[in-house]
Design a protein around this ligand. Structure first.
Ligand SMILES: C[S@@+](CC[C@H](N)C(=O)[O-])C[C@H]1O[C@@H](n2cnc3c(N)ncnc32)[C@H](O)[C@@H]1O
Length: 283
């Protein structure tokens, strides 16, 4: 993110590709040929060591972005990372890959302060038995069933100390949330449905998060007029919601095919926001 100056962003909201979730294997392999090589080795000989190496290299790829985020955030700026843990059976061995704890460790090493996180609870009706998608006939017999993963994490980190504002800062006061919003948004479990991704294959492949997630995080941790960054922009959800809430936004996306999707999702909102801001400035 060399275009961005150090200390120029107030908030980062993102959801990266999830390590060890099969739908992102291809992206990780393209991003780092070492991962592709390790997968080939794994196919030939399924060693735990190789699986661990794949997991490590995938996280190294993401860690560069967390370090850059630390650099570009202002002192007191917040980073929100939506991540799911992965479960996977490789060569007959089922296990959990706890992405949330690896990212927390990495961010602490970078210098972030870890804050209490949010659990995004998604509705699910697929309990797990022996790493497969259903309990089938043996669902009531111990001990070989697994707990179903029906939550994702929204990890929260701060760079440096709490932010300070001049007394009665006008834009901060305009960004106030209601009591009902505060009570719901600052509780630890958010029960929200996933995004219906029935649009195009391309959009489905971005695994967009619900707009409500971006909306809450942007309202909770930034002030109108500030800059919200999404280093893994996908279909452009963060930018769309940032604009709707009168924040500026910068996003990075490596898949150029997504450009028309991002443009379609954001352009009308940008026009509406400009009208809204001009109106406010007149009054
Ligand atoms: C989980 S998706 C983000 C979905 C997004 N939150 C949305 O609502 O549409 C992750 C995105 O990160 C992109 N990506 C992967 N590596 C990247 C990198 N180094 N820089 C920028 N984008 C990257 C992928 O192409 C993918 O679209």
């Amino acid at each position: 993110m060399s275009e961005l100056e150090a200390g120029s962003v107030q908030l980062m909201v993102t959801s990266p590709p999830y390590p060890m979730i099969a739908m992102w294997d291809e992206l990780f392999c393209k991003a780092d040929p070492k991962i592709a090589e390790l997968f080939q080795k794994l196919n030939a000989k399924g060693e735990d060591q190789t699986v661990r190496a794949i997991y490590n290299v995938m996280h190294n790829y993401l860690s560069e972005v967390w370090a850059e985020t630390f650099r570009v955030l202002i002192d007191g700026g917040i980073a929100c990372i939506n991540i799911g843990d992965a479960t996977r059976t490789i060569n007959g061995k089922f296990q959990l890959y706890p992405n949330h704890s690896r990212i927390t460790e990495v961010c602490e090493k970078i210098g972030f302060t870890t804050l209490p996180y949010i659990l995004w609870k998604k509705p699910t009706n697929k309990p797990m038995y022996k790493g497969k998608g259903a309990f089938l006939g043996s669902g009531f017999l111990p001990p070989n069933a697994y707990v179903t993963i029906d939550c994702e994490f929204i990890l929260l980190f701060r760079k440096g100390k709490l932010r300070k504002f001049p007394p009665k800062d006008a834009l901060r006061y305009e960004s106030v949330f209601k009591k009902i919003e505060r009570d719901e948004w600052f509780s630890q479990i958010w029960s929200l449905k996933g995004t219906r991704q029935t649009v195009t294959d391309l959009e489905r492949r971005t695994a967009a998060y619900p707009e409500e997630i971006a909306h809450r995080l942007i309202r909770m941790f930034s002030v109108k007029g500030e800059l919200v960054l999404d280093p893994f922009l996908g279909s452009g959800t963060t930018t769309k919601i940032a604009i709707q809430n009168e924040r500026n936004s910068i996003g990075y996306e490596t898949d150029l095919n997504l450009l028309p999707v991002i443009t379609k999702k954001t352009e009308n909102h940008a026009k509406e926001a400009i009208v809204k801001i001009k109106k406010r400035e007149k009054n």
